[in-house]
Design a protein around this ligand. Sequence first.
Ligand SMILES: [Zn+2]
Ligand SMILES: [Zn+2]
Length: 288
Amino acid sequence: MNRPRVLTDYHLHLRSDDLDATAERHFTAANAERYRTVASERGIAELGVSEHVYRFEQALEVWRHPFWQENARDDLDEYCAFVREQTDLRLGIEADFMPGTEDRMANLLQAHDFDYVIGSVHFLREGAVDMEDYSVWDSNPTHPRSPEEIWRRYFQTLGEAARSGLFDILAHPDLVKVWGAERPRPEGDPRSYYELALEGIAESGVAVEVSTAGLRKRAQELYPAPAFLQMCLEAGAQVALSSDAHCPEEVGADYERALELLEQMGVSELCVFDHRERRLEPIGDLVT
Ligand SMILES: [Zn+2]
Ligand SMILES: [Zn+2]
């Protein structure tokens, strides 16, 4: 039997991260259609949205970080109803992992009928990995954290995120490199840090996201680094392919680079999600 071949883009945001990018203006059928149009032109048929959980008021029941308090403005039920009723996109969400909030996050996620949940580590305790504000990199100027400590905590937390069972997909798995040369990197072989997340990834069976977003950041690299992807694959992980687009033009951005890496690594199938059930489909052709 011939199985359908498919390209996916599951990590999409219908708006930028600016607070003035409102739900009213961006959660519209016409805006969703713009993403669908670009995806179709690039041969990507399997599409889903994954707005940041912290932009919804309900997230404050999980965590009350000042950044979340500033961002939590929209209603999660309205977002879910909009995606289901006014678009043909899969319904996902990008949810943060913070140790200690697992039960509350589980309650929030279980109360909604998602096709998939993407788990992200953006914060190490109160400190942000990838934002200038609340930055973990300079949160204590008199005793700056060493890159070794930040990388160690980041990958340990990523492993805990996998193990929590809250998520179907682990987003941008080595996000800690997002700043590229603008932040110090630990000395030596990064695999000793990747190793810290690996047991959780292996035991949970969570899908690992290959994301082209890092190519658009200072890192200028795919997430995850090839060596980390290889370790995940050897641990039995399956791959979810996404762009982390925040506007229609970014849908499927740089997929040729991601597909080249997947081919080099011998990956021939991608994860497809439906109501939090996962199956694998052979990788389709990109239209360039
Ligand atoms: Zn993210
Ligand atoms: Zn995202």
